[in-house]
Design a protein. Structure first.
Length: 136
């Protein structure tokens, strides 16, 4: 172990690394560009695909992207189960609309949860304060 402090050694090594030119890339690191494969000739026409068709042939390597997208779009349209929203998805609700009705709870701030007797007394007190509706 050298007597040089850690941060001094670290700083010196960082500066040395910046000063040295990067080694040229090795010839073996260069890869030839892959030759695109011709699309498989046995693909069925997209118009003939249905719910029970085999779509895996469109997902193989060498299938043009546009053809693959068209087949997946056809699959999406063919099966209503794929198009329907998930029932249990919590993100499907419209949380921007106002609440239809007020949620009443037995919880009161500072008191906690009220029991049935306390709720009845609270309802009686509220009935005394609010005047009855006069429809005549």
């Amino acid at each position: 172990m050298s007597g040089e402090p850690f941060l001094s050694r670290w700083s010196r090594r960082k500066l040395d690394a910046k000063a040295e030119p990067a080694p040229p890339p090795a010839e073996e690191a260069k890869r030839p560009e892959p030759v695109p494969e011709p699309p498989p000739p046995d693909l069925p026409p997209v118009e003939s695909l249905g719910k029970d068709s085999d779509y895996s042939v469109f997902l193989k390597a060498g299938v043009p992207r546009e053809l693959k997208q068209a087949a997946l779009q056809k699959l999406w349209e063919a099966d209503p189960a794929l198009m329907a929203p998930e029932i249990m998805d919590l993100h499907m609700g419209d949380y921007t609309s106002p609440v239809g009705e007020v949620v009443k709870t037995a919880w009161r701030l500072g008191k906690g949860a009220l029991d049935a007797a306390e709720l009845a007394a609270e309802a009686e007190e509220k009935a005394k304060i609010t005047p009855p509706d006069q429809d005549s």
